[in-house]
Design a protein around this ligand. Structure first.
Ligand code: TIU
Length: 219
């Protein structure tokens, strides 16, 4: 039975914590620290960095309640064999040396998750070559195996990897609650539009709410 209810848009989000996972998208140094991929694309990383404490609060609560946590990381194999030329053409910094190692390359310091949100034992880490967490990964198999129906989604960036993942999840039958203050885009206009795009048209891709409303619903 779905006994937990979070006040959300466009209407209340009900979920069974036993069939729910927290998905934290790409909270990597490459997006949240100076000298990474985010900056190389010409962005100010202040907004992505600023959500770390909020995501940490949600992460702590999920851990305390036994809600499974899934972390994702965008990046590529060191030989870049999984990097499509079409992606490289518009993100030419990938693989280049930066102050945190080669940009968006697995195993490099910049590619890893920020200190505050480091995974602990038993938490799944999904390495993905694309923007969506379902493309070329074992995520769907894992969710099916664990009987997950609902996803609480945090991370960066809202309009890119968070959105792509929510859209992929929605098409696969998962119900997604995106946390408005647990996600960030580099530009506030993208953040606002990305939130609206999820909850518009009766929740065309899912639901949105604040971290406080989600935490209240967990109690
Ligand atoms: N560029 C941008 O906003 N984001 C990405 O390239 N990846 C993620 O969103 N993780």
């Amino acid at each position: 039975m779905r006994k937990n209810v979070a006040k959300a848009k466009p209407f209340n989000f009900d979920y069974d914590p036993k069939k729910t996972a927290l998905v934290i998208i790409d909270m990597q140094r490459d997006f949240c620290a100076p000298g990474g991929f985010g900056e190389a694309l010409g962005n100010d990383i202040t907004p992505t960095k600023s959500i770390i404490p909020t995501v940490r609060k949600v992460l702590d609560a999920a851990r305390a309640k036994g809600i499974p946590v899934i972390h994702t990381r965008e990046g590529h194999k060191p030989d870049l064999s999984d990097l499509e030329p079409a992606k490289l053409r518009r993100s030419s910094s990938i693989g280049k040396k930066g102050p945190m190692g080669r940009i968006l390359v697995r195993g490099e310091y910049g590619h890893d998750i920020v200190d505050e949100l480091q995974p602990i034992k038993g938490e799944l880490v999904i390495d993905k070559p694309g923007k969506g967490a379902f493309y070329e990964t074992s995520l769907q198999k894992h969710l099916k195996k664990h009987g997950i129906e609902s996803l609480i989604v945090c991370g960066v960036t809202t309009h890119v990897c968070v959105h792509t993942t929510i859209r992929e999840a929605n098409d696969r039958g998962y119900e997604c609650l995106m946390l408005e203050d647990g996600t960030a885009a580099f530009d506030p206009r993208d953040q606002e539009a990305a939130i609206r795009m999820v909850n518009q048209q009766g929740g065309i891709f899912g639901w949105t709410t604040t971290s406080d409303e989600f935490l209240k619903s967990l109690k």
